[in-house]
Design a protein around this ligand. Structure first.
Ligand code: AMP
Ligand code: MG
Length: 668
């Protein structure tokens, strides 16, 4: 068989090797086995070291298995024993889509022939997306025995896992497979025609055999709970890999639709939009030669004749439209700031440099004025045509924001733009979920078990505050039908849906199954390493618009606890909306250094976003005061919260006066 070369990766899981890679022995041994015993079927192996940390392991496994550049075989070594820190199976098992107990059995059996201690290893094996994962023990000897026991079979398994054509792969029957793999079963030599030792889904092509063929790819199948299966069948640990906040934000940005350019009139509703084109001025600004002072338009002669002297005031030029008569030599014209220069005049003398000599008979007008200076030069006190903006000049660039400060809108107005191209802003629907959630303004007192909806008003206010149109989709019950109906209704009308609640581990947490199983959406992440907000979920749902065009809608399913919903909306929803509305550069909340007003404890396990009040301090720094208890259900932790401290994962109390990073949520 003409076999393509396969890609393998070795993941060393060990706190010690992570600190000092030179202590690792298993990596080289396993690479050598693949190179020497691998029948020339493997590309050179990639290698990584992670500590015995579930999140680090899951992140790396997901990197090797989830992208376009997935590897065919991921071999981990270490962390499979019974020591407290050994947690490789706990990290890897939830990520496996299809378990392979046969491989586990084979590895254990091989080692068992060497030592009864083989039973002290807790390996798992199986397929995630298109990658076969096996977890070997950390001892170089054990790892070697295990790998040698299964390596020959790996190319076949990996090709199938990657979607290779089963019919072709099996076209020579089981004996040909064994021959290709360089393995031969004793049993087979005796019972030549007994194909049934081979597992069920392996097809033996005898011509008439119909090959069962799946029409979906494993990675496209739902991994959320099946709500019909009831609470006893639900996952007892989230099957979604834990992403860091940074990884989750990158995914959100990668999956958020590209900005869409639209033509809009230039008026106040433009504020907060980003330009989708360079804007040029058609006309110069100012459009005429104008005086920059109140005074008298004069003619400064090139022959050096002095302006000093007594002159009749021939005309008046006010800053108003209309005809202005030409100034003759020997005359002056009174002129106001911003008024057009009379034809013939070439300078303006400030009123301060003049005295009135005589008035008209009615005393209402100036007749003769004396100019006291002969220092006035041609063009003095004149604002030239186009001295501010030249005709054809680019005044605003594609990507510039029309800010609420107002200047950009003024600039567009001053060049006479009636319409510009900007990026359309997404419209966002907000939905609460939960059988216990009731409207905040319901007259009846709360019954036992009822909770007033705090998230919907909070999220709607936040989104509006970021400058987006928001639509209220009310409260959905924890019933598959209710949730699906609410979501479908919203999906038809908005670009992005933000829900809260229903993403934890309870049997009534229906968001993930509904998104995946009922709406055909893809969940891009379902767990983020952060506090609060761990179960934050992000999905895209494909849809046809009313005019039949395909569209992708985004769904952010935020955790139900009010502090979690607020924090995660600012961390994940805001950057997506900014991206889709054409904002360039860094997305998300502004990050800055602030000084602690009190001691603040960090969480030793998860990066924490601690709600604080930020105020200006006398030392020029922003000062942070905690909003108090940070339990994610505590609504009082939202009071006066205009900032989020970004606390490191550390067994540490950051002392008063310490400078730490913070995200600015609101005005100071
Ligand atoms: P869930 O994620 O649905 O399990 O919700 C977690 C917690 O948040 C539960 O105590 C809910 O009652 C609470 N919760 C969910 N949605 C809201 C909401 N809209 N307003 C206030 N509390 C909520
Ligand atoms: Mg709920």
């Amino acid at each position: 068989m003409d076999l393509p070369r396969l890609q393998a990766a070795i993941l060393i899981i060990s706190d010690t090797a992570f600190r000092d890679p030179s202590t690792d022995k298993a990596g080289d041994i396993l690479s050598d086995i693949i190179a020497i015993d691998g029948n020339d079927q493997w590309e050179s192996t990639k290698r990584d070291i992670v500590p015995d940390d579930v999140f680090a392991i899951q992140r790396t496994v997901s990197q090797y298995c989830d992208g376009e550049d997935y590897v065919n075989l991921l071999i981990t070594t270490g962390g499979t024993g019974f020591a407290v820190k050994d947690n490789t199976p706990e990290a890897v098992a939830p990520l496996i889509h299809r378990h392979a107990p046969g491989l586990v059995h084979g590895m254990l059996q091989a080692s068992l022939e060497v030592t009864p201690f083989a039973l002290m290893s807790r390996p798992v094996a199986g397929v995630r997306n298109k990658t076969l994962i096996v977890t070997l023990p950390g001892s170089p000897k054990g790892a070697k025995e295990n790998l040698q026991a299964i390596l020959r079979l790996m190319p076949h398994a990996c090709q199938q896992a990657a979607g290779g054509d089963s019919r072709k792969l099996h076209s020579g029957g089981i004996e040909k497979l064994e021959e290709d793999a360089g393995v031969r079963s004793n049993k087979r030599q005796k019972h030549h025609h007994d194909d049934h030792v081979h597992s069920h889904d392996h097809t033996h092509d005898h011509g008439a055999h119909v090959v069962p063929k799946a029409h979906t790819r494993p990675e496209d199948r739902p991994i959320s709970n099946d709500p019909r299966a009831g609470p006893t069948s639900r996952y007892r640990e989230s099957p979604y890999p834990m992403l860091s906040v940074e990884e989750a934000v990158s995914l959100v940005l990668a999956k958020s639709p590209a900005p869409e350019a639209i033509h809009v009139p230039v008026n106040g509703s433009l504020v907060g939009h980003f330009l989708a084109e360079d804007v040029e001025a058609n006309d110069p600004v100012p459009a005429y030669r104008a005086s920059i002072v109140d005074g008298y338009a004069v003619i400064v002669s090139e022959t050096g004749l002095s302006t000093k002297g007594v002159f009749p005031v021939a005309s008046v030029s006010h800053a108003a439209p209309g005809e202005i008569s030409t100034l003759q030599r020997g005359q002056i014209a009174r002129i106001t700031t911003g008024a057009p220069l009379p034809p013939g005049a070439n300078a303006v003398v400030m009123v301060e440099d003049t005295v009135l000599r005589s008035m008209t008979d009615d005393g209402q007008e100036e007749k003769v004025v004396e100019i006291l200076t002969d220092q006035v030069k041609a063009d003095e006190n004149i604002r030239e045509v186009g001295s501010d903006i030249k005709a054809g000049e680019v005044v605003l660039r594609k990507g510039d924001e029309i800010t609420a400060v107002g200047g950009e809108l003024g600039l567009l107005a001053s060049i006479g733009k009636a319409e510009v191209m900007v990026y359309r802003k997404p419209v966002i629907g907000v939905l609460s979920t939960g059988d216990e959630i009731v409207m905040h303004d319901r007259a009846r007192p709360l019954q036992l078990g009822e909770v007033r909806d705090c998230n919907r008003p909070t999220l709607m206010a936040a989104i509006k505050g970021w400058g987006f149109q928001v639509v209220d989709y009310g409260i959905a019950k924890d019933k598959p039908g209710s949730l699906e109906e609410h979501l479908r209704n919203a999906l038809r009308n908005v670009d992005v849906i933000v829900t809260s609640g229903g993403v934890s581990m309870g049997e009534l947490d229906l968001l993930k199954p509904t998104l995946e199983r009922s709406l055909g959406g893809t969940i891009h992440f379902g767990r983020v390493n952060m506090k609060p907000g761990k179960p934050t979920t992000f999905a895209t749902v494909p849809l046809k618009t009313s005019d039949g065009n395909p569209a992708t809608k985004l769904v952010f399913s935020l955790p139900g606890n009010p502090a979690s919903a607020l924090v995660t909306s600012h961390l994940f929803v805001l950057p997506s909306l900014q991206h889709s509305s054409g904002k360039q550069g860094r997305h998300g909340l502004p990050r800055m250094k602030v000084q602690l007003e009190e001691d603040v404890r960090c969480d030793p396990k998860r990066p924490e976003y601690h709600r604080v009040s930020l105020t200006y301090g006398f030392n020029g720094l922003l000062h942070a005061t905690s909003t108090g208890g940070q339990r994610s259900s505590k609504v009082m932790s939202l009071r006066r919260a205009n900032g989020l401290l970004c606390l490191p994962v550390k067994e540490w109390t950051a002392p008063k006066g310490e400078i730490v990073d913070a995200l600015l949520m609101g005005g100071v």
